[in-house]
Every structure is written in C-alpha cells, then in structure tokens.
Write a protein that binds this ligand. Structure first.
Ligand SMILES: Nc1nc2c(c(=O)[nH]1)N[C@H]1C(S)=C(S)[C@@H](COP(=O)(O)O)O[C@H]1N2
Ligand SMILES: [Mo]
Length: 157
C-alpha cells in the first residue's frame, strides 16, 4: 500500500494518532473485600454531579478551570462506605497516576461534618472531556500537586 518513502511518514502519523491512547481514560477502584470496579466518564455520570472551580500555582503560573465530576464523598457514599462517618474516619483513598504520581486523601478531610473539602473526581474541564482521562480537583489547594492527572487507580483502604 505504501512505498518505502511513504512508509515512514505513515508510521509517524500512526504513532501520533495513537499518542492520546497512552493516557488512561479509565481508573480501577479497589475496595476492601469487594470486586474491583472500572471508573470512567460514563459510569461517573450516573452519580450526583458537582461543578467546582479551581485555581492553583504551578510552574506555568496560575492554572484555573471549571470542572465537572463526582465528589469523592459521593463516590464513597454511593458504595455505602461512609454510612457511619465516625467509623469511616480511619480510611483513606490512595489515588495513583500513570506516571507514578500518587496522592492520599482521608475520609476526615472530605466528610461534610468534618473537613468538608469538596474534592472532586473530574472528567470534564471547562465543558469538554479531559483528554488525559480522570483527574482530581482540590479547590482551595494553593499548589497543584494534588490535582493528580491521568488517574489509573484509586484504592480505598
Ligand atoms: N499524574 C500527575 N499529575 C500531576 C503531577 C504529576 O507529576 N503527575 N504534578 C502535579 C503538579 S505538582 C502540578 S503543579 C500540576 C501541574 O499541572 P500542569 O502540568 O498542567 O501545569 O499537576 C499536578 N498533577
Ligand atoms: Mo506543582
């Protein structure tokens, strides 16, 4: 189909088209004593939706955005994990990205009766799908490190 001169550009083009697929669009959610689940924009859209705005400092300056997704609290509530908030306070959610970056959030910081931080698992930014998949938005954080992008796994433990 391609001669030798055409083949190299064709391969380069195929490589470029494949690049977005390197980022994860789904994340595995693991819970104690239960089967793992796959989260993606479609499954998250079944849960209550929340919009938050965030602005944080990064090496590129102030990054702002309006995000749509599901509060970590709502994600855990929907699975009955935080019905008794007092006994849930010992638990954390460890979020991991494809590049190895990882951040832990605690039940206490997101519980409405305790830290009440509206930390969001987002799948849309400024009304458009997020190209590198799911990310955390932590409104009020001064710096970007907990805005973990390209989430591949979330472990409740
Ligand atoms: N997966 C992943 N997400 C990440 C990081 C990272 O290294 N890996 N760095 C964080 C930090 S420290 C910042 S400041 C912002 C930077 O976002 P930007 O690359 O869009 O500027 O992403 C955050 N999310
Ligand atoms: Mo950062």
């Amino acid at each position: 189909m391609f001669n030798a001169a055409q083949r190299i550009p064709a391969l380069l083009l195929a490589g470029l088209l494949a690049l977005p697929a390197i980022a994860a669009e789904t994340a595995q959610l693991t819970l104690p004593d239960r089967a793992a689940e796959t989260l993606d924009a479609e499954s998250l859209a079944q849960l209550p939706q929340t919009q938050v705005a965030s602005a944080y400092r990064s090496s590129k300056g102030i990054e702002t955005g309006i995000y749509t997704g599901v509060l970590l609290w709502d994600l855990l509530s929907a699975r009955g994990l935080v019905d008794d908030p007092k006994s849930a306070l010992r638990h954390t959610l460890l979020v991991r990205a494809g590049d190895g970056h990882a951040v832990a959030f605690s039940v206490g910081e997101i519980a409405p009766d305790f830290g009440a931080r509206p930390i969001l698992l987002a799948y849309q930014m400024n009304g458009a799908p997020i190209p590198d998949g799911l990310r955390i938005v932590a409104p009020g954080d001064m710096r970007g490190a907990r805005h973990i992008k390209d989430i591949v796994a979330m472990e409740y433990r």
